[in-house]
Design a protein around this ligand. Structure first.
Ligand code: FES
Ligand code: FES
Length: 888
């Protein structure tokens, strides 16, 4: 496709063309009508306009037309004659600089995928109202989702930009040193704010084709036939591939290889995200039309939709044909993926002795990650191998799985990470990567495979729906004695990380308290629902909801406030956690309570407010005996230090953390250090970005490498003198496995602890969240605050608005009806960081906080609403609240 700039007048020959638009002051013409977003991105190569949904729901494609913000995915060229279209690329230079600075300095940029849309809204608002109020900014971004930031710092950024422009102020210089503990502007903030950072869909290559999945129409059906004939005859179609075309191992998956890349004729589908064929064509439209034209004959079968259906005698076995796990062929029995059992002390006796006991069964739904960037990958022939540009969370997981899928040795596969538009765990599994690699390998042409927003929703693993029954008891003084819990987890069609997620739900269900009698059993069941896997909190979000709600009920029975009860029971250094691990000297659970005490008591004393409280602990690192290695190398090239790690930067600010650590150790200036994107050819394997681990693991590896570089610099060698050297950093932490016979096993390198308050007004509206977090050491407080804001927003959404209804295993929600929080929903968040770790410890004492931040809002909300209306709620999202009426 091409567009012709139109330099002449209306009577030029070009003016006879069908569709003419003015973009950033220049006229263009197009021979055919199309969506404005496609024209801008695919024809003009404008990357600030992002495709987050193409349904008019997300706002990532926002631009300005004649002084109004418009979503370019709902505008067609045929309606735009005579209108002036402006994207960030066309903003005056001063405004671009101010907006980029303001969004960066305010800490408003995380994954960045939503940010250009926000920047557009900011400019348009400031053009019309140079001195907006906070409420006016919130109104201006009302149509735009951000899944990362909780909106607070975005609003701060717009207000800052308005002030700089209004008062014609100079833009302050960058932070001079960029050391550990400073509020450092992130290295990726400016290009993301201006729409210049390249996500996978922003890449295109000469001769590139488009691949589109033919997905199953049913959650469970036998595939009788697949006929690609009609599709193959369509214009632009290059190939249609089916299961038999996969040259390597057809089944993929991190831990269990139970997920077929394509379903073969004669087999049953296991969920609606199953791929039956891949169509490759010259354009997106051709690929999408041809995918619709592939004729599939189905025998629709009754799906298994709940854990109870899966566990029922005689139930259909979702994986009756079996799959490979750690090289062995496995056929799961009773639809069980995984069972966990944790026993310490004598919980039954403890509960029998207890003065007060409470119990309840809680039900929490699946949750969609709704990262703003839908999945895209590009496969590129690379000699006799393959190169893939991806936006996932762990390039080495993709490296192994892709090599196996294509039947290639590892050295024939290269994975390069583009910028990642959010993940939250939902991009740990393969989605488009293996299909892009396959299509490119078979066609020997570059092939881009992309999901529409609905395909993304239907395909990738969700947060697990769980049913949790728990009993918990204390003595007459409110001292916890024991807990029993039974957890059922719906892992959907495929294992993904359903085993470890259930394990974390079980290991953390005891909470951050000092007691030793625990009896926990959990079972994860296969069903025909979309798979469930990793999602921020990794099982702890679910078990925290159940047990913290019960802790508040138990406190009431014991005649204590939720705060006092927790203070009496909070784990302290030297004591054993319910899982047996001895709390280390950096344990700051009590300090998190003390940080919220004043606010808790103030709100408790005020009849106009209702304050709920919850606490949590969350592991940093994979732990439990699983290999857990962080790696980061420093290469001296062209007089600069290049930080190389495969640790995925998915919006959490890891690149800047590594830069700060290297700067702190070596004393090098910020402009002497570059951070590279993950690339299996260049960056060492630092494992997946999961389990809040990379700040600690990649961070400590970076520190180790930097110490070696520093030793050479201290010898008087300059960077020029060290040209070509690489300093290797590796950090390996050995933990004890589950079931270790040790009385006090070390399950994880560290735990973070936290307490959050949720405050409601008399109408049940959110007023404030107070969040106190034991972070060990905040390497970059600006980024850490952003993690808290964003995690609180997700937690509040989980509590109050987000749902994922399914019918016969088919998702019923679209992006716009998932109940994702928008800017007006968010209350202010008051943050307290507790930094108790020794600054000379691992990674300067930092503990990851990416996950714990979203664990407490739901039970704290539950507690606040109970105080408001006396209704003890057992189900999420909660009903009968200001935000969601009771459903019949
Ligand atoms: S891409 Fe246009 S609103 Fe989402
Ligand atoms: S920064 Fe807004 S979606 Fe990631």
């Amino acid at each position: 496709m091409s567009a012709t700039p139109v330099p002449g007048t209306d009577d030029s020959a070009a003016a006879q063309a069908s569709f003419r638009v003015n973009v950033n002051g220049q006229d263009f013409e197009s021979g055919r009508d199309m969506l404005l977003i496609d024209f801008l991105r695919d024809v003009l190569g404008i990357t600030s306009v992002k495709n987050g949904c193409k349904e008019g729901a997300c706002g990532t494609c926002t631009l300005i037309i004649d002084g109004r913000t418009v979503r370019s995915c709902v505008a067609r060229l045929s309606k735009l004659a005579g209108k002036k279209i402006v994207t960030i690329e066309g903003f005056p230079e001063r405004e671009r600089e101010v907006l980029a600075y303001a969004f960066s300095a305010a800490g408003a940029v995380q994954c960045g995928f939503c940010i250009p849309g926000m920047v557009v809204c900011a400019k348009n608002l400031i053009d019309q109202n140079p001195d907006p109020t906070r409420a006016e900014v919130i109104f201006a971004i009302r149509n735009n989702y951000c899944r990362c930031t909780g909106y607070i710092k975005i609003v701060d950024a717009v207000l800052l930009a308005a002030k700089l422009l209004r008062e014609n102020l100079a833009i302050p210089g960058a932070s001079p040193s960029g050391r550990v503990g400073e509020r450092v502007i992130r290295v990726d903030a400016r290009p993301k704010a201006l729409g210049e950072a390249r996500y996978a869909d922003d890449f295109s290559f000469e001769g590139m084709l488009y691949g589109k999945n033919v997905f199953s129409r049913f959650a469970r059906a036998r595939i009788r036939s697949i006929d690609p004939g009609r599709a193959l005859a369509m214009p632009g179609v290059v190939a249609v591939y089916t299961a038999g075309d996969i040259p390597g191992k057809r089944y993929i998956g991190h831990l269990a290889q139970d997920w077929p890349g394509m379903i073969a004729v004669g087999e049953q589908t296991k969920c609606c995200g199953d791929t039956l064929a891949m169509v490759v064509a010259g354009t997106r439209d051709q690929a999408e039309a041809a995918a619709q034209a592939v004729q599939v004959e189905y025998e629709e079968l009754e799906p298994v939709c709940t854990c109870d259906e899966a566990a029922a005698p005689g139930a259909h076995q979702v994986h009756a044909e079996g799959f490979s796990q750690f090289g062995k062929w496995v056929v799961p029995k009773d639809n069980v993926l995984y069972r966990e059992s944790i026993k310490r002390g004598d919980a039954q006796d403890a509960l029998a002795r207890a003065a007060h006991v409470v119990e309840g069964t809680f039900s929490v739904p699946p949750v969609e990650h709704a990262f703003m960037e839908p999945e895209t990958a590009i496969g590129l022939p690379d000699g006799d191998g393959i190169r893939v540009i991806t936006g996932g969370q762990g390039i080495y997981d993709e490296h192994h799985e892709l090599a196996a899928y294509l039947g290639l040795p590892l050295d024939k596969v290269r994975i390069q990470s583009a910028a990642v538009g959010g993940g939250f765990g939902g991009k740990e599994d393969m989605s488009v990567q293996h299909q892009a690699a396959l299509c490119a390998y078979l066609c020997q042409r570059p092939v881009k495979v992309y999901f529409s927003r609905q395909e993304s929703i239907n395909y990738h693993p969700k947060r697990h729906a769980m049913e949790i029954h728990a009993r918990i008891g204390c003595d007459a003084n409110g001292i916890l004695l024991g807990l029993q819990a039974r957890i059922k987890s719906d892992t959907g069609a495929y294992a993904s990380l359903g085993g470890p997620v259930l394990q974390r739900a079980c290991t953390h269900v005891g909470g951050p308290y000092n007691y030793q009698n625990l009896d926990v059993e959990g079972t994860a069941y296969y069903t025909n629902n979309p798979p469930a896997g990793a999602f921020r909190g990794f099982g702890v979000t679910q078990s925290c909801m159940a047990v913290e709600s019960l802790v508040n009920q138990l406190a009431e029975k014991a005649g204590l406030s939720g705060w006092e009860f927790r203070h009496r029971n909070a784990i302290r250094p030297g004591q054993s956690l319910p899982n047996g691990q001895i709390a280390d000297p950096g344990t700051a659970m009590v300090e998190t309570l003390e940080a919220v005490k004043e606010a808790y008591e103030r709100y408790e004393a005020d009849p106009d407010f209702h304050v709920g409280i919850a606490s949590a602990m969350k592991n940093a690192g994979i732990g439990v005996g699983v290999p857990d290695i962080g790696r980061c190398n420093l290469a001296v090239l062209d007089g600069k230090v290049h930080i190389r790690s495969s640790a995925g930067a998915i919006g959490q600010g890891l690149q800047t953390v590594l830069l700060q650590i290297v700067g702190e150790v070596t004393g090098l200036a910020r402009d002497q250090v570059e951070v590279e994107h993950p690339d299996t050819r260049l960056t060492p394997d630092s494992g997946t970005t999961t389990a809040s681990r990379q700040t600690t693991f990649a961070g400590e590896a970076a520190r180790g490498a930097a110490l070696r570089l520093k030793a050479d610099l201290d010898q008087g060698l300059s960077l020029a003198g060290l040209e070509g050297r690489t300093y290797v950093g590796e950090f390996d932490f050995k933990s004890d496995p589950m079931g270790s016979p040790k009385p006090n096993p070390v399950s994880h390198i560290a735990y973070g602890f936290a307490t959050q308050l949720v405050v409601l007004d008399r109408d049940g509206r959110l007023v404030e969240v107070v969040a106190a977090h034991d972070v060990g050491r905040a390497i970059n407080p600006l980024s850490a605050e952003g993690q808290v804001d964003g995690g609180v927003a997700m937690g509040l959404g989980y509590a109050l608005t987000e749902d994922f209804p399914l019918k016969g295993g088919i998702p019923q929600a679209k992006l716009g009806t998932l109940g994702l929080p928008k800017a007006a929903f968010m209350p202010p968040v008051t943050i307290h960081f507790i930094e108790k770790n020794r600054p000379d410890g691992v990674a300067f004492g930092a503990k990851g906080i990416g996950e714990i931040v979203c664990c407490m809002a739901a039970p704290a909300c539950q507690n606040a609403y109970y105080k408001l209306d006396g209704v003890f709620r057992y189900k999420l999202p909660m009903e009968g609240t200001f935000y969601r009426k009771t459903r019949k």
